[in-house]
Design a protein around this ligand. Structure first.
Ligand SMILES: *Cc1c(COP(=O)(O)O)cnc(C)c1O
Length: 470
């Protein structure tokens, strides 16, 4: 298995180099040269595997022998034994034909742990095997930060710097990131939005000299390993639902920001999993909803919402999907991305839009509707949705065809977003791990959302590592 860039200007590389490269050196995103195909028989054979066994099967297609079998199995085992339930991502039935896939049983109570526990261990494995220096740089809308820090803290030879939008994350998200007392961790609170942070780190990663000098590695979903780890639970959910219902295909409703999670679902579909519609649930930051309805991709005005992890305008992984929509043509992908850069928008043809709509539906859920959904489900089913999951459920209600079975991805535990839960007049008790955060001191630097200021911080934080280079 080799990997190539969506923009076609990177020589083919293997899996580990793909993880280390993160953002492709030509500014594009790395994708597998060919998507592995899983036959119906093979799917049947996988349907009773444990989460870890299934993860091994799926991930093996992409690692393709670069990590020996026993070491990859150990890496996967280690990544999921930090979860609070043996099923890792249990499926819960809420109503007839309607299920929730709980992705929040990892250390930081959001779905990011599923991929970042794996990626943290993968980086640690690579550091040990190859002696590579691993300095991680990431931007977060709230959940990736804590999850990435949790994934790498205490691991030898790894340092990390996370940018989060100052004052635009929930209280618990902020505490989870900033209460880690460890000199390998640097939290930068930038005076701006997540989009500013993501743009700045992409600029820094595109400066190949700087990236090489400081050994910068990516943990955002620009890193293909994250997408890969997330495809596993689409398969897992399908097999769980198929055990109790006769289904020909399954829809998924996915609370979406950077298009990483839902792209993993698209990849699972392309691998042969019988996925029907992928429902893109957004909040008022609805660039993806507008694209799927009208075929025009153009950022709108930024809104702070009850679901801050989805407060994103420019979705990084959209380029991966665009590449497949354009029939894996890197010149066409580059041309559209260039157009987007120069004109601030891009438009697809009517024929392309029809293909988009064959795979995806979309709904931008407004704040009031999000809160109403939380209240209503709490009353009717006693199930407490977090505000992101509530957007997923509300989008399901609008978009799902009546007799289709649908799984909504539950991307976070409600305790992370008590700001919204309180507005519904619901009182929740925090899990003890979250309650304990409120007594700890915080470590963070507030900085301007400027490329130069952030480089300066990185030089300071990562310098000590480069000076001990062999
Ligand atoms: C990150 C996140 C999302 C959005 O996922 P993407 O992969 O960026 O589309 C949704 N909900 C929660 C709780 C998140 O942390």
């Amino acid at each position: 298995m080799k990997y190539i860039s969506t923009r076609g200007k990177v020589n083919k590389i293997g899996f580990i180099d793909t993880v280390l490269m993160g953002l492709a050196t030509d500014g594009g995103l790395l994708v597998p040269e060919k998507i592995p195909q899983i036959s119906k028989d093979k799917l049947d054979a996988m349907s009773n595997l444990s989460y870890q066994e299934l993860a091994y099967e799926i991930i093996s297609y992409y690692v393709d022998g670069e990590i020996p079998e026993n070491e990859l199995k150990e890496l996967i085992k280690k990544s999921y034994e930090t979860f609070r339930t043996p099923e890792v991502t249990p499926v819960v039935k809420l109503k007839e034909n309607m299920y929730v896939l709980e992705l929040f049983h990892g250390p930081t109570f959001a779905f990011k742990d599923v991929a970042l526990q794996f990626l943290g261990n993968l980086y640690s494995y690579i550091a040990k095997k190859t002696g590579e220096t691993i300095n991680i740089l990431g931007a977060t809308s709230g959940d990736t930060g804590a999850s990435a820090i949790e994934g790498v803290r205490g691991k030898e030879g790894i340092r990390i710097c996370i940018l989060h939008p100052h004052g635009k994350v929930s209280k618990v998200q902020e505490l989870q990131m900033t209460t880690v007392d460890d000199e390998s961790v640097l939290n930068l609170a930038i005076k701006g939005t997540f989009d500013d942070g993501q743009r700045i780190i992409k600029e820094i990663f595109a400066d190949l000299d700087f990236k090489a000098q400081y050994h910068l590695r990516a943990i955002n979903s620009i890193n293909f390993a994250r997408i890969l780890a997330q495809t596993v639970y689409y398969f897992y959910a399908y097999f769980q639902v198929a055990k109790e219902k006769d289904i020909k295909s399954l829809n998924f409703s996915v609370p979406t920001g950077n298009f990483g999670d839902i792209f993993a679902g698209y990849l699972a579909k392309r691998m042969g999993l019988p996925v029907g519609k992928l429902i893109v649930a957004t909040n008022e930051n609805n660039i993806l909803e507008r694209f799927i309805k009208d075929g025009v991709y153009q950022p709108g005005e930024f809104h702070s919402t009850y679901s801050p992890s989805m407060d994103i305008q420019v979705a990084s992984n959209f380029e991966r999907y665009l590449y497949y929509l354009l029939k894996e043509d890197p010149s066409a992908t580059s041309a559209l991305m260039d157009q987007f850069k120069s004109e601030g928008k891009m438009t697809v043809t009517v024929e392309q839009l029809l293909r988009v709509q064959a795979d995806f539906a979309a709904e931008g859920v407004q704040g009031e509707e999000c809160l109403k959904t939380i209240s209503q489900y709490h009353k009717e089913t006693q199930y407490l949705l977090d505000p992101h999951t509530a957007c997923g459920i509300a989008a399901y209600e609008t978009c799902n065809e009546q007799d289709q079975v649908c799984v909504t991805l539950s991307t976070a535990h409600p305790a992370k977003f008590n700001e919204a839960i309180q507005l519904c007049d619901i009182e929740q008790t925090y899990p003890e791990q979250i309650q304990a955060l409120f007594d700890k001191p915080q470590y963070l630097e507030v900085v301007e959302a400027s490329n130069e200021d952030i480089r300066h911080q990185l030089e300071k934080h990562f310098r000590s590592t480069s000076s001990v280079e062999k």
